[in-house]
Design a protein around this ligand. Structure first.
Ligand SMILES: Cc1cc2nc3c(=O)[nH]c(=O)nc-3n(C[C@H](O)[C@H](O)[C@H](O)COP(=O)(O)OP(=O)(O)OC[C@H]3O[C@@H](n4cnc5c(N)ncnc54)[C@H](O)[C@@H]3O)c2cc1C
Length: 440
């Protein structure tokens, strides 16, 4: 079998507004740096709620160049650590609010989708978190108990109940009802077009080099060929935080992997749930997962994570090939009908990871009027959109009612960069990855 080209996601690139580089001296009421889902959702809500506000979106490359254009499109709830650990760490009330906020985030994306001209293959349908391993069955049991005790509607599915939906021999699972699947790149590009239609200006190929508070008000944002003076700024650069020198703790770029198959046979497609549109996520820590595409292909991701800092291109490519090959073997193990299905797309992307699994959404310390959004730890399709809307509200002086969520904060815990810290981290993710691949 010939190997498919490596690099491009399964999605066709979608149209985006034109993106001249930022040249000379430019001003804006609000600068949004980072044209992923978080930055664009923020710009969209600002433009919608405050027509006439002068908004400039600037990206190091173009809209959807980051994780938002390379995701696998599982739109589901859950934020931060597993629910039982969240209860232990934050107490039951906060853990419950965290979960409900993540469910609301899914609804926010569905609502946004309804307002956009977005052909992004949306299919609403539940997400199942399931296991085939005794080890993870125990962990899943603890989570089921926590959901029940918190009064959250996340029912347990027996192995038989899962097999009635999808023909994969999982032992048990949890059913998240509020979920969907979609093409995230198409959603991101549709959001960019909707922003442009509302008068938002776009600049591309302009990486933020420096950020300085100005004496009187606002900030000076420095790009390779120009400077942007803005009254307020949102730095939605996700895993680009360290490279841009932002004081937001450690939001570490980690490389994750995905593959997509050719259209499945009718029997295989039906066996995996067909038009019901299930997404299935393994309960293991680096969770391999899959979902079906509208063209009857199957997308799978997860299973391996790489800390790319300090690795040269050939080494990274070796690790990618290994991760894609494992994903191919994993997906073929799901059902006999998949045993020889060809993989036709293989790609990777960088997510923003924090030490405590929680995102960072808050004002940047020492820079009045500047906010950061990022670090959704690999499941930010829903949360990034919600964070963008939340920050838009904050900039417009609309306070969120109630106690802030644990990830409404200015910085993540710091992981020492360079030397020993980097080696320890790489060792840790390698061990976790090996354990995941052994048990799945
Ligand atoms: C392979 C893969 C699969 C995934 N699958 C899923 C999934 O199924 N479900 C899910 O919920 N999540 C998934 N994710 C995660 C999800 O895509 C992200 O959490 C989400 O898109 C993050 O959005 P964002 O806007 O915060 O960041 P990004 O989309 O990363 O956007 C950040 C933007 O900032 C720009 N930028 C960075 N540095 C600078 C700078 N210095 N100056 C200017 N611009 C800069 C980048 O070019 C980029 O466009 C996946 C991610 C990957 C890579």
């Amino acid at each position: 079998m010939t190997r498919p080209p490596a690099g491009a996601p399964a999605w066709e690139p979608a149209e985006v507004p034109s993106q001249p580089p930022l040249h000379g001296l430019v001003t804006a009421d609000v600068a949004v740096v980072g044209a992923g889902l978080a930055g664009l959702a923020c710009a969209y809500h600002l433009a919608e709620r405050a027509p006439g506000l002068d908004i400039a979106v600037v990206d190091a490359q173009r809209p959807a160049a980051g994780a938002s254009g390379r995701g696998t499109g599982l739109l589901g709830p859950r934020a931060g650590p597993a629910i039982d650990r969240a209860v232990r760490r934050f107490g039951p009330e906060t853990a419950r609010r965290m979960h409900l906020a993540s469910v609301r985030a899914v609804d926010q994306v569905l609502d946004l989708y309804g307002r956009l001209d977005a052909r992004c293959g949306l299919r609403t349908g539940p997400q199942i978190v399931a296991t085939r391993s005794p080890l993870h069955l125990t962990a899943l049991g603890r989570q089921a108990k926590a959901y029940r005790e918190l009064g959250l509607d996340v029912p347990v599915l027996s192995g038989a109940a899962i097999r009635a939906r999808i023909g994969v021999p999982y032992t048990a699972g949890l059913l998240h009802r509020t979920a969907a699947t979609l093409d995230p790149a198409a959603l991101t590009c549709a959001l960019a077009r909707a922003c442009a239609a509302k008068g938002v200006r776009f600049y591309g190929n302009s990486p933020l080099r420096a950020l300085r508070p100005r004496d009187l008000a606002g900030s000076e944002l420095v790009f390779p060929h120009g400077t942007l003076y803005a009254g307020q700024a949102v730095l939605a650069v996700n895993s680009g935080a360290r490279e841009a020198g932002l004081p937001v703790g450690t939001v570490l770029p980690l490389e994750v992997y995905a593959v997509a198959t050719a259209p499945l046979s009718a029997a295989a497609y039906a066996a995996l749930g067909g038009r019901a549109g299930y997404a299935v996520v393994d309960a293991a820590p680096m969770a391999p997962y899959f979902r079906l595409l509208p063209d009857r292909g199957l997308v799978a991701g997860g299973g391996t994570v790489t800390a790319p800092a300090g690795l040269d291109a050939p080494r990274l490519q070796v690790l990618r090939e290994r991760a894609w090959n494992w994903l191919g073997r994993w997906l073929r193990s799901l059902h006999p009908e998949l045993s020889d299905v060809p993989v036709v797309h293989r790609w990777s992307g960088r997510v923003g990871m924090t030490l405590d699994d929680l995102p960072v959404v808050g004002p940047v310390q020492g820079c009045p009027g500047v906010w950061y959004i990022g670090g959704c730890c690999g499941h930010g399709l829903a949360l990034s959109v919600a964070h963008g809307a939340y920050v838009a509200g904050a900039l417009l002086g609309e306070p969120e009612p109630g106690v802030p969520l644990p990830w409404h904060r200015s910085r993540a815990p710091r992981i020492p960069g360079g030397g020993p810290g980097r080696h320890l981290l790489r060792g840790y993710v390698d061990i976790l990855g090996r354990a995941t691949r052994r048990t799945c």
